[in-house]
Design a protein around this ligand. Sequence first.
Ligand SMILES: [Zn+2]
Length: 112
Amino acid sequence: MKLEFTCSQCKIQNKFKPVTTTRGELQMKVGDEVQLICKYCNKEDKKHINRIDAVVDNKKILFALIICAVIAIVLLSFYGLIALAVISIPLLIWIQESKSTHHFNSYKIRRK
Ligand SMILES: [Zn+2]
């Protein structure tokens, strides 16, 4: 979550700090009205804190999404390796079996 206010002149949303979890907390910190300066048009404005809105921080969500995607890929490749190991067990047994049979068959007893 982030806090924003809309500039009364250029109507662009500005970030507002400090960020608090409730408007009540914000009131305790900054009072009923705050002096704001738009960083786009430099207009100074006095706003009531009711005019400051909380908005979803998309950057934070995107960041979480990337982290989750990375974890998912890591988990998938990890379980993928286990799956590969499980599949390779009968293959290894087969290789071992064919080696021993070959070994057995290649050695012939000299007939008397
Ligand atoms: Zn402005």
